[in-house]
Design a protein around this ligand. Structure first.
Ligand code: KG4
Ligand code: ZN
Length: 348
């Protein structure tokens, strides 16, 4: 099954084309096209994503990316003939940005008379673990059955969510953040430290120059029995610490903040592994691009004798490949998302 996918929920315009096969038991993916146009440079002067600027850039970028990938009208028509399904992110995200993708996808579906479905960005992140292993040109998790039940951890700019996956059909949300997402905390702390947007990679870069144990920042909710998270207080702790100790090294602040933020994620994920006797850890979302987080989870997974699955860096930050994967899984499950932007869409 050939799926063309479009992602415009935030500040990346992305289009991909995947060959998907193998079904829910042994899904396999061949990435035929995969392009992302990042708007980071546009939003950087504002210290965050400006929704209307994002919308303007998506409108500008979508036809350019499409042409880059599929060539002129004649060659694009040839490729489009072979496509079985078009999928577009319908939420969560910035609604003006989401609509640009939906409208572009609607035009394509009409022009080439193809079926079109909405996709959940968070399911895209979650299922990106299916890209964790590759043989030749084919992505496939070998012996997928052995991965379940798995603990899925989605860590992005908008979400921090822990899930129990029984298989690709059945899952249960264990907990999520009650206020800020962990990526948001990285971005806000970076701002406090006068580092550019997006802050996650900047904090990661600065942290090795500091001492992660220099400042004992709180580990919010780490001892709570539930699987919820809270990151707003941690960010405020950094702000107050710097206010009261203005001479503290930025590197120590970055390292200590990162340590506290990741510590909670790892400890809660591992507690869930224990409680539910999980057979794997499945990490996803923009913050999954954080190397220390990957190292910590990999180490803990090894200690527990279970696999740790995560896609390569570029498929953790926003992309369209993961949207095609979510669309494939939902197609097999006969689950459809409406073609209406839903900024507050969540994952169950
Ligand atoms: O998934 P994503 O690309 O967009 C959303 O769906 O939100 O995640 C973006 C978030 C931003 O908060 C960014 O700072 C964070 O992911 N991020 C990182 C790293 N790379 C991206 N956070 C920590 N370390 C990184 N290396
Ligand atoms: Zn995302």
């Amino acid at each position: 099954m050939k799926i063309l996918s479009i992602e415009t929920s935030c500040d990346e315009t992305a289009i991909a084309l995947l060959e998907c096969f193998g079904g829910l038991i042994a899904p396999k993916f061949k990435i035929l096209k995969d392009a992302v146009a990042s708007q980071i440079a546009i939003h950087q002067p504002f210290g965050g994503v400006v929704p209307n600027l994002a919308k303007r850039e998506h409108i500008k970028n979508l036809p350019v990316l499409f042409r880059q990938l599929f060539g002129d009208e004649t060659s694009a028509a040839k490729v489009m003939k072979t496509i079985d399904l078009i999928a577009v992110t319908s939420g969560p995200g910035l609604e003006p940005a989401l609509w640009t993708g939906i409208n572009f996808a609607k035009d394509l579906a009409k022009k080439y008379r193809k079926p079109l479905v909405g996709a959940n960005h968070l399911e895209g992140h979650l299922y990106s673990f299916l890209l964790a292993e590759k043989r030749g040109a084919i992505y496939q998790v070998s012996n997928l059955k052995k991965v379940f039940p798995g603990i899925g951890l989605i860590v992005s700019g908008g979400h921090t969510t822990l899930l129990l996956l029984k298989d690709l059909k059945t899952r249960k949300k264990l907990g999520e953040t009650r206020d800020d997402a962990v990526g948001e905390a990285f971005d806000k702390v970076a701002r406090i430290l006068n580092l550019p947007y997006p802050g996650g990679p900047e904090i990661q870069k600065l942290a090795p120059k500091g001492n992660p144990n220099a400042i004992p920042f709180p580990r919010p909710m780490v001892h709570d029995k539930n699987y919820d998270f809270s990151y707003s207080g941690l960010k405020t702790s950094v702000l107050y610490y710097l206010r009261d100790n203005p001479d503290t090294s930025k590197a120590d602040l970055a390292a200590s903040f990162q340590e506290a933020a990741l510590d909670v994620l790892v400890r809660k994920a591992m507690r869930a592994v224990g409680e539910f006797n999980a057979k794997s850890i499945l990490l996803s979302g923009g913050v999954a691009a954080n190397k220390p987080l990957r190292q910590k989870l990999a180490r803990e997974a090894k200690k527990s004798g279970i696999p740790f699955l995560v896609a390569e860096f570029k498929h953790n930050t926003d992309n369209a490949v993961m949207i095609a994967i979510a669309a494939y899984v939902n197609f097999l499950k006969n689950k459809k998302y409406p073609l209406v932007a839903n900024g507050a869409m969540n994952i169950k």
